[in-house]
Write a protein that binds this ligand. Structure first.
Ligand code: FE2
Length: 242
């Protein structure tokens, strides 16, 4: 499986605290059947002041350490970009990191606030698309406005935005609201990928297998392969064995 949303870089957000914890997260992911992770630290102006160029050296540090540990895991870096006016400046400075490409567009993990969909969110998404950046909306099933009404996602879907569900929502470990909403989104076939959004080895682990099995059982093995393997591989530019 391929995990395109996780907080495994050491000491730059609320994910891994140090390099040892980062390595422990990677080991746990490999044991769960994950073979590629794209690290996506928070880029949240005013809270987590990360940007592409500041994430890069921390990413290289983990990459080197993983090579020493000889862990069979490929690693890439991007970021989880919080919806904010600063996105415009980060774009202008070439500091937005991307998960990869799809149909010639750069794919960017975009996080909405948890409590609402602020007015203007769709405008920012449109602004990005006009600049050839396709937002993939991080865990919409945990956004209160979407929990109340999944049709709130429609304006984003209609302009072509992708969506990422969090594995623990799908498996019911994020409470009933997130679980119910995740499955409503899956029932509509609106999800593009499922990712771990791992932060630590305890309450937010890099585990995808449990949600994979839930999806395979409820929507069929084909869908599980699409959401956990094929779609994330296509975005990250990973070649799959035939
Ligand atoms: Fe996240």
């Amino acid at each position: 499986m391929i995990d395109l949303h996780c907080h495994i870089l050491a000491g730059i957000d609320d994910g891994a605290r140090d390099l040892d914890e980062a390595v422990a997260l990677c080991q746990m992911a490999v044991a769960d059947g994950i073979r590629h992770m794209t690290a996506t630290p928070h880029i949240h102006p005013g809270r987590w002041e990360n940007r592409r160029s500041s994430i890069e050296p921390v990413f290289q540090q983990l990459r080197q350490r993983l090579a020493q540990e000889q862990l069979p895991l490929s690693l890439a870096m991007a970021g989880e970009v919080r919806l904010s006016a600063e996105v415009l400046a980060l774009f202008a400075e070439g500091e937005l990191p991307f998960l990869g490409q799809l149909d010639g567009r750069q794919v960017m993990l975009l996080e909405l606030p948890h409590g609402s969909i602020p007015p203007g969110s769709d405008k920012l998404a449109k602004w990005l698309i006009e600049r050839n950046i396709l937002p993939i909306i991080a865990h919409p099933e945990r956004n209160k406005a979407v929990v109340a009404d999944i049709d709130k996602l429609l304006p984003f879907l209609e302009m072509g935005c992708l969506t990422q569900l969090t594995a623990m929502s799908v498996s019911g470990r994020f409470g009933e609201g997130a679980e119910h909403t995740a499955h409503a989104i899956l029932a509509q076939d609106w999800a593009t990928i499922v990712a771990s959004d791992a932060h630590n080895t305890g309450s937010r682990p890099p585990i995808l297998s449990e949600a994979y099995n839930v999806v395979a059982e409820r929507y069929g093995p084909e869908r599980a392969e699409r959401l956990f393997v094929r779609n994330p591989a296509a975005i990250a530019g990973i070649e799959l064995d035939a």
